[in-house]
Design a protein around this ligand. Structure first.
Ligand code: GAL
Length: 398
């Protein structure tokens, strides 16, 4: 008898231990909430953070009015859901406070990873610290997150190259290397709280510097500085108003303007409207852009805008999802994320270029391409990135 009881007791103990061990692995772990005590960050004290084994990804986009973020948000959501992640996608209406509360909600909802495109790159340090306190990983998507250690990685395009491509187009179209005549240009750059805007600006200015220094290229408004040429919130209206003032102040009848270097398509739209309203010359003014917004695609086809720099957003989301999955799996991705991938596009792993003021953030950078009326059909329509419906209206194909 005694032996039998002993054996049964041992089996019982073993099964209890076993069931205890097994409960940790399964995804259906009982819902645990960690309520934040006094030591929790101010914004999260007393807040229940759900942690139930689901893989949750919070995607925080800056704004729906700037066309591209609608596509980025949709691509990222689709790709992360395909990777069995639960996605919380929010748009911040270009409002910093909204973005901060969006991110706080995502932390409360148990986000394991935050993918963030900042309205203002330097305004999120405190909420990102809160995320870090809960071990939530952060990827800066397209725009670098500044002055924080909480960001693990940055995914974007070669932002400096964007400005170089715009400037090179101006140099070739104005014949600055071939013709002797001098030319006039004005600049409409981006939102100064967007770290990308400085890279676009620097790429363009470094490329045009020899012509500005030699006097081959003139800026009649004398406005060449980053802040004096900036456009808050990348706003079309602000860009239009500023250029209209410049046209009315410095370009009376007979004074020729040859080019307006605009940092992106929403500002280019404003510049085109200002030229249509207030430019007296009858020459075709070169207008640059970036993003491939639908309205600007039409303008490139009808000639009112000269070029845009296209960034294949699908590639940016593919890289971000692969990176996100690797981070969630507890790995520390590096250049092997690229070499081990089957991607059919260029991507560079950079550990020098992007210093956010606290540290150099390891970055995955993609290659932008210049789009003009000459290659738009081949690069954007034949590839199916853009399509036309039966009425000829253009829409994004992907
Ligand atoms: C930048 C982005 C550009 C453009 C701009 C305005 O950060 O890199 O592609 O979209 O914002 O949204």
């Amino acid at each position: 008898m005694k032996n039998k009881t002993k054996i049964l007791t041992v089996i019982l103990i073993l099964t209890t231990i076993l069931s205890f061990i097994l409960s940790g692995c399964s995804s259906a772990a009982p819902e645990q909430t960690t309520s934040a005590g006094e030591d929790a960050p101010a914004g999260l004290q007393g807040v229940e953070r759900v942690d139930d084994g689901r893989t949750v990804v919070g995607i925080s986009m800056p704004d729906r009015l700037l066309e591209r973020w609608n596509r980025d948000g949709a691509y990222l959501k689709k790709q992360f859901e395909k990777a069995d992640c639960e996605v919380i996608l929010r748009y911040a209406n270009n409002l910093i406070d909204t973005q901060i509360s969006d991110l706080r909600d995502m932390i409360k909802e148990g986000a394991d990873l935050l993918v963030v495109t900042a309205v203002d790159g330097a305004a999120l340090s405190s909420v990102l610290e809160e995320a870090a306190d809960y071990g939530v990983k952060v990827i800066a998507y397209d725009r670098l997150l500044m002055e924080t250690d909480a960001v693990s990685y940055y995914v974007s395009f070669d932002n400096y190259m964007v400005g170089v491509l715009q400037a090179e187009y101006v140099i070739s179209q104005l014949g600055l290397n071939t013709e002797s005549s001098t030319r006039n240009i004005e600049f409409v750059t981006g939102d100064p709280v967007d770290n990308n805007a400085r890279f676009f600006y620097q790429g363009a200015m470094d490329t045009l510097k020899p012509y500005l220094d030699s006097g081959k290229l003139h800026v009649l408004s004398t406005q060449t500085g980053f802040y004096e040429t900036a456009t808050a919130q990348w706003s079309t209206d602000i860009a239009q108003q500023r250029l209209q003032i410049i046209l009315n102040s410095y370009y009376p009848k007979g004074t020729r303007l040859d080019a307006v270097l605009c940092a992106n398509d929403s500002t280019a739209l404003g510049a085109t409207r200002a030229l249509q309203a207030d430019y007296n010359g009858n020459n075709k003014v070169i207008v640059t852009g970036q993003d491939g917004d639908i309205a600007n695609i039409y303008n490139i086809i009808d000639g009112s805008q000269s070029m845009t720099v296209y960034k294949h957003l699908q590639e940016e989301s593919v890289v971000t999802v692969a990176l996100g999955k690797d981070i969630i799996a507890g790995n520390t991705p590096d250049d092997k994320l690229i070499s081990n991938s089957a991607w059919d596009f260029d991507c560079t792993y950079d550990t020098e270029e992007y210093n956010n003021g606290n540290k150099v953030v390891p970055s995955y950078l993609l290659r932008p391409i210049a789009i003009t009326a000459d290659n738009i059909e081949k690069e954007l329509f034949e590839t199916g990135i853009y399509k036309r419906n039966s009425a000829g209206l253009i829409y994004t194909g992907e």
